[in-house]
Design a protein around this ligand. Structure first.
Ligand code: F0G
Length: 394
């Protein structure tokens, strides 16, 4: 079986082990392969005890990266919750608390195959945490570029605890992203942002695992938060491949949801993608505070191929949706709640109809953003007496 890097704009291929993230023409690259995989072998592995089969990423290895040995925690195997007639796949249940682990296990495995000694990324906090954990496991140096003062305390602490070198950039995520690309080129560091096509291969398994959990019956809608657009791109590729290989009979529709203050992809969508917009981003959902998403072109294909839709929600709407998700006892970080807020909006518009099967992908754990969780109105400081307890409980 062969795998190669493919230019998404032209018929141009590169060796799978060449260190590059874009084609000479400037377009993004994707990992492609010529094998036809049978979904039954994935189902058979569900009961296997072999460590590589227990990973919800490497269980699908022939469609992700064909290796015998991987840097795996393991990851994936996240739960699907049914609440209020909807499904929630909680990617915050990955080892470092976000979906990033699915792509990172593949990118860091590839880094080791390439003989890299250091890996880097720009991040709003989840990619950096994941990178730091997988680099620690692989014995690689981890360098992360984060927007100074703009990532949650939980994510920063986690990234530092795993031992990464943290460069806090005086600028936003988009500035950090530009800088890390230049730094990786100059200092020969392996870049593992989602511009790295191996990240996308891993993130496809969110969809494949979901479909497997649904016994390969595609839902009507899959709803995902949209920031740098790695996930939207990966979901499109996963669905395309599942459909072409006959694992599913029909294509679900993708709904990518942005925060209003960080909505370049939404703006492009409203103009039928004739213009690629960029914005200076501002939103309470710091994970998706991104104004110039690197995977734009792949994400456009994902929306087109799935008859998908892009929506935007306000900070108030996404925080209200977060309280609903938290109130179901599931919980997530603010960016993840754009999904439910988006569903509410698309239902009100009549785009999503009653009776349709909707899956929201929750991308990050409730503890990732402690500042967003504190509800002062629920705390009462009292004296250590039973009378004080009686008074407090009214
Ligand atoms: N949800 C969470 C919790 C995220 O951390 C991110 C991105 C997204 C959604 C958006 O996903 O970029 O694939 O469209 N976080 C990146 C990071 C930027 O650095 O952790 P996307």
């Amino acid at each position: 079986m062969s795998e190669w890097l493919q230019c998404i704009a032209h018929d141009h291929r590169y060796d799978i082990n060449e260190i590059r993230y874009t084609c000479d023409c400037g377009a993004l690259l994707s990992v492609e392969r010529d094998n036809i995989i049978d979904r039954d072998s994935f189902d058979d592995r569900s009961t296997s005890r072999a460590p590589i089969d227990r990973s919800g990423v490497w269980r699908f290895r022939e469609g992700v990266l064909n290796v015998d040995k991987a840097i795996t925690h393991p990851e994936g195997g996240t739960r699907l919750y049914e609440r209020n007639g909807m499904l929630f796949k909680h990617e915050g249940e990955n080892p470092t608390g976000s979906f990033k682990d699915r792509g990172m296990t593949v990118a860091v495995t590839q880094a080791v195959r390439l003989g890299a000694s250091a890996v880097a990324c720009a991040s709003t906090g989840n990619t950096s945490s994941s990178l730091a954990a997988y680099a620690a496991q692989a014995g690689l140096r981890a360098i992360v570029f984060v927007p100074a003062g703009k990532i949650s305390s939980g994510k920063l602490a986690q990234t530092l605890a795993y031992g990464a070198t943290c460069l806090a950039i005086r600028g936003d995520f988009d500035a950090a992203m530009r800088l890390v690309r230049e730094a990786c080129e100059r200092f020969k560091i392996y870049l593992v942002n989602s511009i790295n096509p191996f990240r996308i291969e891993g993130q496809k398994t969110i969809i494949w695992e979901l479909l497997q959990d649904l016994e390969w019956n595609a839902p009507d809608w899959i709803v995902v938060p949209a920031g740098n657009l790695g996930n939207t791109s990966a979901f499109g590729k996963a669905l395309r491949e599942a459909h072409t290989r006959g694992w599913i009979e029909r294509m679900p529709r993708l709904a990518s949801i942005q925060a209003c203050g960080a909505n370049p992809f939404y703006r492009s969508f409203t103009e039928n993608f004739t213009t690629r917009h960029t914005v200076t981003a501002e939103t309470v959902a710091t994970a998706i505070r991104i104004g110039d998403p690197v995977s734009h072109d792949k994400a456009v294909a994902a929306i087109r191929d799935t008859n998908g839709i892009v929506e935007e929600v306000t900070d108030d709407e996404l925080m209200a949706a977060k309280r609903t998700i938290d109130g179901m006892g599931i919980g997530c970080e603010p960016a993840s709640a754009t999904t439910l807020a988006g569903v509410e909006k698309l239902r009100a518009k009549g785009v999503m109809k009653s009776g349709q099967r909707i899956v929201c992908v929750l991308t990050g754990h409730i503890l990732k953003d402690p500042e967003a969780n504190y509800r002062a109105e629920n705390v009462m400081e009292i004296d250590a007496t039973i009378d004080a307890v009686a008074r407090a409980l009214g």
